[in-house]
Structures are given as C-alpha cells and as structure tokens.
Ligand binder design. Structure first.
Ligand code: HEC
Length: 467
C-alpha cells in the first residue's frame, strides 16, 4: 500500500476483526459491528465514503451491488487500488453478513442517503452514554450536519457553525423546549466553524474572513444578508479554521493556527491569538506560541481568557499533552514550537531554549485528546458543585493506537485554580467504535447544557433532575 495512513487504518482493522468475530449478536448488529471494525475507516462510519468510495448511492465500480457481486469484491478486494482482500481475514459467514448489510444500504432510496438523513438514522443508543448520577442526555437537534462551535442568544436560539458543510444554522427551541428545529441561515461559506454574538449581531469566522449578520434573532428565518467585517486573515488550510469569540472588552478574539504539525512560525502571523474591534479595525496580537486553539471562553467573574490548545503529533502515543491555558493579559508566550505541554522541549525546535521561558498550561489534558470548545457553566439547573467550572469538549484522537478523548470533561476550579479533571460525559467512544465527536459545549437559558457533535451531525442536551 502506498499510504502509511491507509496501512495503519488497515492494521487497526485487522486487529479489530478477531476482536468482534465471537460476537453472538442478532444478525444485523453483528454485520454492523463487522462493518464498523473493518470497513468504516475507509468507507465512512455511515458508508458515506472516505478514502474508499461511498457504499450507498453512487455508480458502482464493480457491478451492481447484488449479494453475489459484493461477496466477490469483498473477498478478493482490489489490492492495486487499496481495497484489501478480506478472505481469509474474515470467514465466509462474516463476508456474507457484510454483503447483506451493504446490499440493504445500496437499496435504500437516494433521498434517505443525504448526510442529514443518514445522521438521523444512526442516533446512537443513549443508554451507552455515561454521566454523573442525576444527569440525563437526549438529542436536542438532529440534522445539524458537521456541527461545530455554538453560541446561545438571550432568547435561547442556538447558532451553530460547521466545517465542510459550509453552513451556519439556527436551532430554534420548539414549544416543548426539549428539542429544536434546525434552520439553515447561510450556506456556501468557507468552513464557517466559528460563531459569536455581539450587540445583537452574529459574527462568523470563515478561513480567511469574518462576516456579520445584524439583528440575527429577528432575521434568521429569512436567509439574512451579511456584511464582511475582515478579509485579510491568513488563509492557510492547515489549522486554518477560525473560532471567534466576543470578549468582555467588546473586542473579537480570533486565533491563527500554525500551518503545520510543528514549525517555527514565530516571525509570521501564525500560531497566535489576535483581537480586533467589532468593526474589524485595530487587529492586534494578544497571545503567541499557540499551536492550534479551537476553543475560548472568558471566566465569568475574572473575565480572563481561557483557551484550549492541541498538542503536536509524531512524538508517539503518550506525549506531549494537549493544553488548557489562561491568558490574563496580552503578550504571553505559550511555548509553541519550543516547548509542549509546559514540560516537553521540542526535539527539533527547542535549540537551547527552556520550558521555563514560557507560560505553562493550567491543566495538561492528555496527549491527542483534541480539546476543542469549552465553557464555564453558570446556569442554575446543575447542583452547586458543578457550577462555575470548566467543561471541555474533547473531539478525540485521530492517530493514536488506542483512541483517547471522545469525551466532555469537567475541570473543577477553586479560586480560578484547576483542582480536578474528570469525565462529565463518556460514551462517544464504545470500545474502539466512535459514535460521536464532541466539538463545543454551551448552556441554554434553562440551565441545561448542549454539546455539538460533528461526527453524528447533531446537538445533545444534558439535564439534571437529581434522580
Ligand atoms: C484500506 C481502505 C479500505 C478498507 C479497510 C476497505 N475498503 Fe472497500 N474499497 C476501498 C477502495 C479504495 C475501493 C475502491 C476500489 C477501486 O477503485 O476499484 C473499495 C471498494 C469497495 C467495494 C466496491 C465498491 C464499488 O463501487 O464497486 C466494496 C463493496 C467494498 N469496498 C467493501 C468493503 C468492505 C465490506 C470492507 C470491510 C470488510 C472494506 N471495503 C474495507 C478501500 C477500502
């Protein structure tokens, strides 16, 4: 195989195959498990296609998706095109199960195979989530394709950015307040992952610009027009997506990630956090040495900026740690690319510099967990012990031998000092099977918490009733 990533995916698959083959599940469950363990890495968790083709509505490369044809192609593979031969790694019964599963998927009407419909079909079993006693999780909104950052308006409308989907959504609470309708307010944008509200306007961070939808709560339903606020942001694609947050100072905070896994970009615009006036003027550097932050929040009482940062790759499974950082003033250097996780000098870039020169993280979140959005919970629904603490969405590792992250963490604080880091919501990862990837956390006006998931394309809601 040409691609090391494919080879790694395949090796992981082969190991997983023996792990699931004993499962005495009902027929379809067993087929689905085999598929997730062996095929999903290349064909997508929902057969939507990834490095391998979609196994749904497409022009089939190797004849009609009949059971016989499918058994043949799965068994023999197309080794020269990176589709492995699955016989004898899987036995005839297993291959037949997979052929049935794929034939059924291919037979579904095309309309059922839009990303939205597919996401909705695969709502994971909610009893597989683990939360502290008295907390409950439910689906707040489905069909929020590629849901990323969220911001909640005073009237309870949730604005959600997305990535490749290019859309920004409004989640409008239904009468029951337990679920929301999804309204697409803009589309065709360039990875609009960042959303924030300031003076009644919704600001959206695309890769190279910031746009503004005025008076959004009144206009979300009418495909509102927007103004361009800022166009001159560096537009590297690698780590180029931009969260955006309005600060307590009325300024907009925006990061520019490092366009690499690790590189020295000290003298460029990258690996920094900026802030600017709401009209786009006076862009200035706020923090540096930040590899790739995809989540900010301001402490509810001190008003200080807290942000996550994703650690570098290719130093093995267990180092360095991803970070939770605090930037109480402008001009602090957080270490990238010289020092990672506050304690690990970079093997290539440290060059005599020491970790002591740089601001260490206030919490080391663990290697490869991919911390993204965070929030301070200031609602009243959760018990006292859960309030004014930090909740972090960990998107989960993409290249670690054993997956890690895939969790919403609770970081407890005492006088702004980190005390503990424990799981608040687990179960986005079940065994090695991914059922969701948390991106952002926010609070609804009733004090319930919402969590976006760009893998399932939905938003979950967490409530507390003490039972
Ligand atoms: C390492 C990546 C990889 C894995 C793992 C993988 N496939 Fe594939 N698969 C491909 C590629 C690439 C193709 C397209 C081959 C070609 O171009 O002819 C393909 C083609 C196929 C096709 C034919 C599609 C068509 O359009 O005719 C089927 C069916 C299929 N795979 C089923 C499976 C099943 C079932 C599994 C798991 C047991 C699996 N694949 C695992 C990469 C993969």
């Amino acid at each position: 195989m040409k691609h090391p990533a494919l080879r790694a995916a395949l090796l992981a698959c082969l190991t997983a195959a023996s792990f699931v083959s004993h499962a005495a599940e009902p027929k379809l469950g067993a087929a689905e498990k085999l598929y997730q363990a062996n095929c999903a890495a290349c064909h997508g968790a929902k057969m939507e296609g990834a490095v391998g083709p979609s196994l749904g509505d497409h022009a089939w490369l190797h004849g009609a998706p009949t059971k016989a044809n499918l058994i043949k192609i799965i068994s023999k593979g197309v080794p020269e095109k990176d589709m492995p031969a699955w016989s004898p790694a899987l036995n005839a019964t297993q291959i037949a199960l997979l052929a049935d599963l794929i034939a059924a998927n291919a037979a579904k009407p095309a309309v059922a195979l839009t990303p939205e419909a597919r996401a909705q079909q695969y709502v994971p079993d909610l009893s597989g989530f683990k939360l502290p006693k008295g907390f409950h999780i439910s689906v707040y909104a489905n069909q929020v394709s590629a849901a990323r950052s969220m911001v909640v308006s005073d009237s309870g409308i949730v604005y959600v950015g997305s990535r490749k989907a290019g859309k920004v959504y409004a989640l409008v609470p239904r009468a029951d307040k337990q679920t929301a309708d999804v309204v697409t307010i803009a589309e065709g944008l360039e990875h609009p992952i960042g959303v924030t509200l300031l003076n009644g306007a919704l600001y959206v961070g695309e890769i190279s610009r910031v746009i503004r939808f005025d008076n959004i709560d009144k206009r979300y339903a009418q495909k509102p027009s927007y103004e361009v606020v800022k166009v001159s942001l560096p537009n590297d694609k690698w780590h180029g997506e931009k969260v955006i947050k309005a600060g307590p100072d009325g300024k907009l905070y925006i990061p520019v990630g490092a366009p690499c896994n690790v590189c020295d970009v000290e003298d460029t615009k990258s690996a920094k956090i900026y802030r600017m006036n709401a009209d786009g003027s006076q862009l200035e550097e706020y923090a540096r040495g930040v590899r790739n932050t995809v989540g900010f929040a301001f402490h509810p009482t001190t008003k200080v900026l807290w942000f996550t940062d994703n650690g570098r790759d290719e130093m093995g499974d267990n180092t360095p740690s991803c970070e939770l950082n605090v930037a109480p003033k402008a001009g602090i250097h957080f270490g990238f690319p010289y020092c990672h996780g506050g304690v690990v000098p970079d093997p290539d870039f440290a060059k005599g510099r020491s970790c002591e020169e740089f601001e260490p993280p206030v919490a080391k979140l663990g290697p490869h967990v991919a911390p993204l959005g965070l929030t301070f919970y200031t609602g009243k629904q959760f018990p006292e012990a859960y309030r004014n603490n930090v909740y972090i969405a960990e998107h989960g590792s993409w290249n670690r031998t054993t997956k890690s992250g895939y969790s919403v963490r609770l970081i407890t604080l005492y006088n702004s000092k980190v005390v503990t880091d424990t799981a608040f919501i687990d179960g986005f990862l079940r065994g090695e099977e991914v059922v969701g990837r948390p991106v952002d956390v926010a609070t609804l006006p009733d004090g319930s918490m919402i969590v976006s998931d760009d893998y399932g394309g939905r938003v979950y809601r967490v409530t507390y009733d003490g039972k």
